[in-house]
Design a protein around this ligand. Structure first.
Ligand SMILES: [Zn+2]
Length: 407
């Protein structure tokens, strides 16, 4: 494993939530003191004077476990390849939001989580088949709080319980109480001492959004898709509803969860202008939205940069804040000794357009792009060929890059 020192960049420190000019070093897979690494023979030096260096980004909501042919039997649906789709966005920790229930969780762990260079964490679905077997999300007989909680306690990569899609295609009745999935998820969350992430369609008879965020969810629980068209976060005059502020005050967390259908500028921008920001920016990435309107976490972050959120706040909501909500503060650390997960970002300036999930466009002049991702001390994404010698000087066989390589 090589040692690296990244010099002259602007570093985002999640402890101070500030950007500052400083060097940062990686040695033996962990963050190291730049002064001690600088003199070590063989250390690679990257001059990153135009770049911002941040702890590796955390995508709080995506879908990785395969949903093979269950929702649409004509094709394989539609989750992402974690490493292929996340490292290029500077993401080193991806959180699968309930694709998998307790029935398949060991398969998820053994075939994907344990073999991925990307750190994969997950909310286990309260329905035993998860979204991979969507029909199980509709029937309370498939909710097993004890088993979900046991998995959440025993498997270190499980960060909470997910409930979603308990609404499709039929009214509530005695066998299908309106809050069955949320209540089962909260029971599991209490047993496991972990948060619940809820994707709940509001305003079906017997179930309102206010009740979800003011009564059903606990402090630390997460409502995802907060800026979707269907959530009445603004009143008829466009003012952020009082119950949103009340819910935030009682500790409910609001996740963006962009997705193909869940982020509307028409809700998000007026809310931002009134000071109501998402706790976490996340993609809800799956294959059907990866070519738009989501593209990846950097596109979601760029939307907020152009809406007017300062870069420090955009980075806070994709590093320190999700780490805190997940109870894993160490995931967003650049202290010496921390796991070396880093992303190097550049801000392009020009004319750009951004799309939401409601076929609307926002113009902007800034776009984030990733020029290097380091995961666990290893370079895993390197589109600028940093550290490599010019091909004219490269030896025919083994080569090693000397000196400072400028970005
Ligand atoms: Zn999702």
């Amino acid at each position: 494993m090589k040692d690296y020192i990244l010099i002259n960049g602007t570093v985002y420190d999640p402890e101070t939530r500030r950007l500052e000019k400083r060097d940062i070093a990686v040695s033996g897979g962990v963050i190291a003191d730049a002064r001690t690494v600088a003199d070590k023979p063989g250390t690679e030096v990257f001059d990153l004077r135009e770049a911002v260096i941040t702890p590796g980004l955390i995508d709080m909501h995506c879908h990785i476990y395969p949903m093979c042919g269950v929702m649409d039997k004509t094709r394989t649906l539609p989750t992402i390849d974690g490493e292929a789709h996340m490292f290029s966005n500077g993401v080193t920790t991806a959180v699968d939001a309930g694709t998998c229930g307790c029935r398949d969780f060991f398969d998820f762990k053994e075939r994907f989580i344990d073999h991925s260079k990307l750190r994969i964490l997950a909310f286990v679905n309260i329905a035993y088949g998860g979204m991979a077997d969507l029909a199980t999300e509709l029937e309370p007989e498939n909710f097993f709080p004890d088993t979900a909680a046991a998995i959440a306690r025993e498997i270190p990569e499980v960060v909470g319980i997910k409930t979603a899609h308990y609404h499709v295609g039929r009214p509530f009745d005695e066998r299908h109480p309106a809050w069955a999935s949320v209540e089962a998820a909260v029971t599991a969350g209490e047993l496991a001492a972990k948060p619940v992430m809820a994707d709940v369609q509001p305003y079906l008879p017997g179930r309102s959004y206010e009740e979800l965020i003011l009564k059903k969810l606990r402090s630390g629980d997460i409502h995802t898709h907060v800026y979707a068209q269907q959530f009445p976060i603004l009143d008829k005059k466009g003012k952020v509803q009082d119950f949103m502020w009340q819910a935030r005050k009682r500790g409910v967390v609001f996740d963006l969860g962009h997705g193909a259908g869940s982020f509307w500028f028409r809700n998000a921008v007026p809310a931002f202008d009134q000071g109501f920001c998402p706790d976490t920016l996340s993609t809800d990435l799956y294959l059907d939205n990866i070519n738009g309107p989501v593209f990846g976490l950097l596109n979601v972050m760029s939307k907020y940069l152009n809406i007017g959120m300062p870069l420090e706040e955009v980075l806070y909501r994709t590093t320190a804040r999700p780490a805190e909500i997940l109870g894993r503060k160490e995931l967003a650390s650049i202290k010496p000794g921390s796991t070396a997960d880093l992303a190097v970002l550049n801000i392009r300036e020009g004319k750009f357009g951004f799309s939401d999930s409601g076929h609307a466009r926002m113009d902007g002049d800034k776009m984030l792009e990733c020029s290097l991702t380091i995961r666990n001390g290893e370079i895993v994404y390197n589109p600028m060929a940093l550290g490599m010698p010019d091909w004219k000087n490269a030896p025919q066989s083994y080569w090693k890059a000397p000196g400072v390589i400028k970005l």
